[in-house]
Design a binder for this molecule. Structure first.
Ligand SMILES: [Zn+2]
Length: 269
């Protein structure tokens, strides 16, 4: 199924005393999920966490996770709009035969993750600079050295078996088997990072803080000085405290959308 047509920009429409027309994208087309994910794409680009026109973010729109939205092939994240997102069915074996087929690696990873982990409502896979550098170290442990690194205490699974690009459902199943059970981050050795979340806001916030945490850890390594690693008990308490700040992720994305509404409202189109 292709995306809905782009609406007329609100900023270019003349003032009218009549009520605004209903959204050009009906609820069945998952308008809010599209807008949230489009905002995440644009902000990933602003943070320079994107890579060329690759990488992929998706969000499930059916209860069982089989229906999901994902970015089309070779569209830069900075240009992504709500209507661009593809609506795919994880159970449709003909997906890669579509004229608008997604990137094969995106399909194999995200379809299997959504199909096997319904709780992973949003899946984000990127190659951001610091997380990817951490994934390329012999020891990629996210040591608990500050509040951001402590957020990920016990949350990170490490996939040490890079064997090329994910071009089969088997690879997607293998990755899905490493997630869940309290693991929200998969650090993919020699590759990049993948996060899952219950919402777009939650997954984006997790990705944002993981990249920040990796940056801090690598900056400490670059100093050549010894790390000041806190005891596991302290790291565990801090990780639990982070979970009490779930509203932070909601507010984070809401503020991003407010900035985009003012500066590049076409992302909602
Ligand atoms: Zn990748």
């Amino acid at each position: 199924m292709t995306a809905a047509p782009s609406p007329t920009s609100a900023t270019s429409a003349p003032a009218s005393p009549t009520p605004a027309p209903a959204s050009p994208m009906p609820a069945a087309d998952h308008r809010m999920a599209r807008i949230d994910l489009a905002a995440a794409f644009r902000w990933v680009a602003r943070l320079n966490m994107h890579e060329s026109v690759a990488n992929h973010l998706s969000v499930a729109v059916s209860a069982d996770g089989s229906q999901f939205l994902i970015n089309p092939r070779v569209r830069h994240f900075a240009r992504m709009s709500a209507c661009d997102l593809l609506l795919l069915d994880a159970n449709d074996p003909a997906t890669l035969d579509r004229p608008d087929a997604p990137d094969p690696t995106a399909w194999h990873l995200h379809a299997r993750l959504h199909a096997r982990l319904p709780e992973a409502r949003c899946v984000m896979h990127l190659h951001p600079k610091h997380a990817t550098a951490l994934a390329c170290l012999q020891d990629p442990t996210m040591y608990p050295i500050d509040m951001n690194t402590m957020r990920f205490f016990g949350r990170v699974a490490v996939d040490s078996d890079f064997s090329g690009m994910a071009l089969s459902d088997g690879e997607g199943d293998r990755v899905a088997g490493m997630m869940g059970g309290g693991k929200s981050v998969l650090l993919m050795a020699n590759h990049g990072v993948l996060v899952i979340g219950a919402t777009v806001a939650e997954a984006f916030d997790e990705m944002y803080y993981f990249e920040r945490a990796a940056e801090t850890l690598l900056t400490c390594y670059a100093s050549g000085k010894a790390l000041r690693i806190v005891p596991d008990t302290v790291a565990a308490v801090t990780e639990r405290q982070w979970r009490g700040y779930g509203q932070l992720a909601v507010d984070h994305l809401a503020n991003i959308k407010a900035i985009l509404d003012a500066e590049e409202p076409a992302y909602r189109g």
